[in-house]
Design a protein around this ligand. Structure first.
Ligand SMILES: NC(=O)c1ccc[n+]([C@@H]2O[C@H](COP(=O)([O-])OP(=O)(O)OC[C@H]3O[C@@H](n4cnc5c(N)ncnc54)[C@H](OP(=O)(O)O)[C@@H]3O)[C@@H](O)[C@H]2O)c1
Length: 319
């Protein structure tokens, strides 16, 4: 089958290690299902893997991709929950948590094998491309906003790095839930786009926000951390899921303890949260923001767009 995989890991030139070519199709395995992938979406995770962050040389060749929607062996349309092992999904109680493409081959392929318990029905209202955007970036944003920061309608949130996959997810999900969303972005065009997507305020990266917020969705890291700490209300929450720009910012400890700020790490979300997210999108009409769709053969071009930070929303790959 055709797949996009990490043939080697090149920290400074990640795309040099990417190959789109033939890989063996997955074989049937007890309690697992082979899904015919109709759409997959890219995440910064794929770039990290190609750089050798979270993936070791001896694990290559490894098919990339953590997100997919497709067709199960019984013909049902499904969305794949990409977290393996966390809830004992048919992989044994001692299986440590991993994401697809870390321990098991990922979704940037014509077929992917996953524990059957990781399959959820795809709502008919969502296209395969839309559904394929949800299991990583949208699930993480959903958990940050609603499970961790516990935001409720009328509250406020700051979303750092408005163009990113997690960030656009937080903007559209937050706006649909009645939150007052403020964003930062380095790009004027992306700030405009964020306002069109439902953000109430958009400021340049690092600029003062109109008012301190109840919570921050932080995925940028070093470049925005101090601003996140300065922008949250006393007693507020910073939910952090990534550090794209580096993970050695000043901790801003004095402000954290004096203002009694909660800092909460988030990684992906549970199967139940993904089910709730799918229902949320189906009921509200909220749809993932798709930057572009490309065939599998153009995975390198899509990843180059992400590496350059040019995208607004999700980059979808259609095998
Ligand atoms: N823990 C988890 O489960 C989880 C899940 C998903 C993602 N993540 C992590 O979260 C991060 C974001 O993921 P993603 O897929 O949303 O990535 P992405 O689509 O590449 O978005 C990254 C965004 O960060 C902003 N940014 C990057 N470098 C910056 C800099 N130097 N200064 C200011 N802003 C900068 C950019 O926004 P602007 O161009 O608008 O400024 C960019 O669009 C990644 O590190 C990823 O690994 C973690």
């Amino acid at each position: 089958m055709l797949a996009a995989y990490a043939a080697q890991l090149v920290p400074d030139a990640p795309l040099d290690g990417l190959v789109v070519g033939e890989r063996p199709a997955p074989e049937a395995r007890e309690n697992w299902s082979v899904v015919e992938v109709r759409a997959a979406s890219l995440n910064h995770h794929d770039l990290w893997a190609l750089r050798g962050v979270g993936l070791r040389a001896e694990q290559t060749p490894m098919i990339l991709g953590t997100d997919a929607a497709g067709v199960a062996p019984d013909g049902t349309e499904v969305v794949v929950h990409g977290v393996i092992g966390a809830d004992g999904h048919g992989v044994g109680p001692r299986e440590p948590r991993s994401l697809l493409s870390e321990r098991y081959p990922g979704t940037l392929a014509q077929y992917v094998s996953v524990p059957t318990a990781n399959l959820l029905p795809k709502p008919a209202a969502l296209t395969f491309a839309e559904a394929a955007c949800l299991p990583t970036a949208y699930l993480t944003a959903y958990r940050m906003l609603f499970s961790v920061a516990r935001l409720t309608p009328g509250q406020s949130v700051l979303v750092q790095g408005a163009g990113g996959g997690v960030a656009t997810a937080a903007i559209v999900l937050g706006a649909a839930a009645g939150l007052e969303v403020t964003v930062t972005s380095r790009s004027g065009a992306k700030r405009e786009r964020a306002l069109a997507l439902g953000a109430a305020h958009a400021v340049e990266t690092g600029a003062r926000v109109p008012a301190r917020v109840d919570a921050v969705v932080e995925s940028v890291g070093q470049a925005t951390w101090a601003h996140s700490v300065r922008s949250v209300k006393p007693g507020g929450t910073i939910a952090v899921c990534g550090a794209t720009s580096g993970d050695a910012p000043s901790a801003e400890l004095t402000r954290v303890f004096f203002q009694e700020i909660s800092v909460r790490g988030v990684t992906m979300g549970t199967r139940a949260e993904l089910a709730a997210l799918l229902a949320f999108c189906a009921r509200t009409g909220v749809r993932p923001v798709i930057d572009s769709e490309r065939p599998l053969a153009q995975t390198a071009q899509a990843l180059a767009r992400m590496a350059a930070g040019e995208q607004t929303g999700k980059l979808v790959i259609v095998p």
